[in-house]
Design a protein. Structure first.
Length: 490
């Protein structure tokens, strides 16, 4: 190009063809050719025919069958190829490069208002109160207006995905004809290359009840749902990175605020905000059908333990004690809130899911009341036992009770009750005098009282004395066999 320009310039200055050729080191014929041409010279690549070109279809066929280079080389040799193995490898590399270009080549698709929305989720390690928890951030976006909805969950079950999409539909106050999704097992069981799709039954039931058509993108081609893929980068860099919270509620509030700001921000390609475009799309959305939540979110059946606790994901949660050893239905909303229903469907307990203290048994609110009532009843019974003892034996009994408190500590009430039983056999005065004797010798035990009472005359004879079974005198109950003789009339 430079020499062509110099030939033109020197000729304009009046230089001869011979002088121009000598100065630029060109042949005179080349100078004449440049002078005759009106346009700049174009470099043309000389065409070469490669030995492998005649085997192109064969090589591509073997390449699609995933043959390795050496296998292809040996197969071509049998067909008459006389080139080198390195040439085969270079040829295969060229095929791979062209295939990669085909895969990367894409088109941009803009949908009409109310036609399509897209769904996806992103995992993130969130620092929560000094510890790290894995959180799943769900995103649903309207393809036309780009209006977005975000919600986080601590699990990623089919029910969590359904709940997130249903919440987005409520947020948009309507739904579209089509839902573009990826191919996770929570939604798609299999997606063959020929386009045959088998959906997860729970997810398919949700789509049927809402009247929405699912459309999974091709495997390993996430850009098919690029409208929902790209905003995750903005969410990651402008909210998630470096974020630390004390509670999940704080994160939920920040995510809601971020959603509002993002929807109000002008879109880089559309030059207007999603909120502005949504005003044109809102009226085109389909009405939300009336759906029974129990049909969308099936609950697991668990049994409450005999002490009123429900086990869920390694943690214990208190439940009303009247449901002990009874089956209940359990639902974990987005992995954050645990709701417990009885078999009739009434809510009986609701708890925040515990993430870090799973090995700790929480205090049961009913247990504390029951234990307090038992303690009060126990104290009242002890007080009544002491009152009767002091009322029966008066000053002697008061001194003896203090001795029991020191000698047998907490068992003093049992000893007093046993001593009171002796009054059923002996007179109160005899028992009282025996207690006085025990005070003199320092014997503070119900057995000491019993041994001293054995030397005295009982007042009456009960069926059981001092925990010994009373055995009455034997009676002969035998009778002769003649007593069983029966006279029979002939």
């Amino acid at each position: 190009m430079y020499k062509w320009q110099q030939v033109k310039a020197l000729r304009t200055e009046g230089e001869s063809i011979k002088k121009i050729a000598r100065q630029l080191k060109l042949s005179k014929n080349t100078v004449r050719k440049y002078l005759r041409s009106s346009g700049a010279p174009v470099f043309k690549v000389r065409g070469y025919e490669r030995l492998l070109d005649q085997y192109e279809e064969t090589v591509r066929g073997m390449f699609e069958k995933h043959y390795i280079g050496t296998r292809i080389y040996h197969e071509l040799q049998q067909l008459g190829y006389r080139g080198s193995l390195s040439s085969v490898h270079r040829y295969i590399a060229g095929i791979k490069a062209s295939e990669k270009i085909k895969r990367l080549a894409t088109t941009r698709v803009e949908t009409e208002p109310g036609q399509q929305m897209q769904y996806d989720w992103k995992e993130w390690e969130l620092p929560l109160d000094g510890k790290t928890v894995k959180i799943y951030i769900h995103e649903v976006i309207l393809s036309y207006s780009r209006k977005k909805y975000y919600v986080g969950s601590l699990s990623i079950s089919t029910a969590d995905i359904i709940r997130a999409i249903a919440a987005a539909i409520e947020f948009f106050e309507g739904l579209t004809e089509e839902l573009v999704i990826d191919n996770p097992k929570q939604m798609v069981i299999t997606h063959k290359k020929n386009g045959t799709v088998r959906y997860n039954d729970e997810f398919l039931r949700f789509c049927g009840m809402y009247g929405i058509q699912p459309n999974p993108c091709r495997n390993y081609r996430a850009r098919t749902k690029g409208k929902v893929e790209r905003p995750f980068y903005y969410l990651q860099e402008h909210l998630l990175r470096g974020l630390e919270v004390k509670e999940l509620v704080e994160f939920d509030v920040l995510l809601e605020e971020f959603t509002a700001k993002y929807n109000a921000r002008p879109h880089s390609d559309l030059k207007e905000s999603p909120d502005e475009r949504f005003l044109r799309e809102k009226d085109t959305l389909k009405r939300i059908p009336s759906v029974e939540p129990a049909l969308l979110y099936p609950k697991q059946v668990r049994t409450v333990s005999n002490d009123g606790y429900l086990s869920w994901d390694g943690a214990l949660y208190p439940v009303i004690r009247k449901h002990c050893l009874q089956p209940v239905r359990v639902e974990a909303e987005l992995g954050k809130t645990l709701k417990v229903y009885d078999m009739s469907g009434s809510l009986i307990a609701e708890h925040k899911v515990r993430l870090f203290d799973k090995g700790i048994r929480p205090v049961h609110p009913e247990h504390e009341g029951i234990n307090m009532a038992y303690l009060k009843k126990k104290e009242a019974h002890r007080a009544e036992s002491l009152r009767k003892f002091l009322e029966t034996f008066q000053e002697t009994g008061e001194i003896y009770a203090e001795g029991l408190r020191t000698a047998v500590t907490a068992n003093m009430y049992w000893h007093m009750e046993e001593i009171m039983k002796y009054t059923e056999v002996y007179s109160i005065s005899d028992v009282k005098s025996v207690l006085a004797e025990c005070l003199e010798i320092g014997a503070y035990h119900k057995n000491s009282v019993r041994r001293l009472l054995e030397s005295r005359e009982p007042q009456n004879r009960p069926m059981e004395i001092f925990n010994e079974q009373y055995i009455p005198s034997p009676v002969d109950i035998r009778r002769p066999l003649s007593a069983y003789k029966v006279e029979v009339a002939l």
